[in-house]
Ligand binder design. Sequence first.
Ligand code: LLP
Length: 385
Amino acid sequence: MIKGIFPVDKFRNIRTPFYYYDIELLKKTLDTVKMESGKYGYHVHYAVKANANPYLLSLIASYGFGADCVSGGEVQAALEAGFSADKIVFAGVGKADWEIDLGLDNHIFCFNVESAVELDVINELAAEKGKVASVALRVNPEVDAHTHAKITTGMKENKFGINLSLLNGVLDKFEVLKNVKLIGIHFHIGSQITDMTPFQDLAIRLNEILDQLEKRGIAVANVNFGGGLGIDYYHPNHLSIPAFDTYFAAFDRLLKLRPGQQVHFEPGRSIVGQCGSLISKVLYVKEGETKKFAVMDAGFTELIRPAMYDAYHRMENITSEEEPERYDVVGPICESSDVFGKEIELNRARRGDLVAFRSAGAYGEVMASQYNCRQLPKAYFSDSL
Ligand code: LLP
């Protein structure tokens, strides 16, 4: 019985909708990541964008992981949560001057640079401060991640990274620019990738790039493969911890590293995805002519992934043991895209029942909005309920 994993009695006193985090599962996941990455001495920088809840951030920081940030706000949040600045990497195709300054002032580990113009700007801002910024070039490896079009990033036509054909030109700039130092090569090919093939292709591409650099007499101390490891949205109970062993082993098997080269990763979803659920109440069961609608008090304001990416989240009525029926599960927002799923099997729903939207720990709470003047959802944690 799945509802056993939720403290339903305690939930009854909490105003819905809210996020609930299973801290024990998060800790087990973090232990696994630490053990599996540790086997090869790989460095892990948690992708803050997946979930920036301060309690979760500080827990993740306490494991000694670094942080992968994509904005000044994320750099700030990571520092406040206790991530050490020398383990912060800062990516993003559009970094504002104040964001670059923030990184420079805090001596972050590395800027992941996405274009030649950005390199010029970082060089200029670092020069003003009399500093030398450490940078990795984010290369667009032209590896197809075979994932949702809106979350794939590693192809020529994506806005991210430096195209392979332009890499040599950007490398030339380091001979002239004196306030930037090349310390690495960075990639990120996309998200929710569950097949290992794209990661294998990426490792092979890196080997080719290292050969290319070597021919020019360039050695880089770091290689960073970004994030992207997917989770099982269909089986959150049975497969609650992603296969980090297979993932890291795939890189270890294929990489041809140069002596002393350090390997970095930026997992987000795979760390926090399964520990979070959105808990929402059934406002009404509305009988249509051909359908039954379960109208929830959560909408895409709390969990936008179904509306935005047609993403599937498993839904469970955690307060009913009645025979399942089929519902279109919808939210209250005045938009027809505010639908969580059609023809979803739920234990017979009645007004007041609680429904858990599973696997919502990543890109859930952090993407919530106040559209329709709604309040942002609060978060509760299994270790303090
Ligand atoms: N590193 C970089 C440079 C990234 O852009 C991302 C995610 C990550 C790491 C972490 O990727 P992960 O391990 O979480 O797959 N909102 C979308 C996902 C967007 C991912 C953006 N970049 C969703 O809800 O599916």
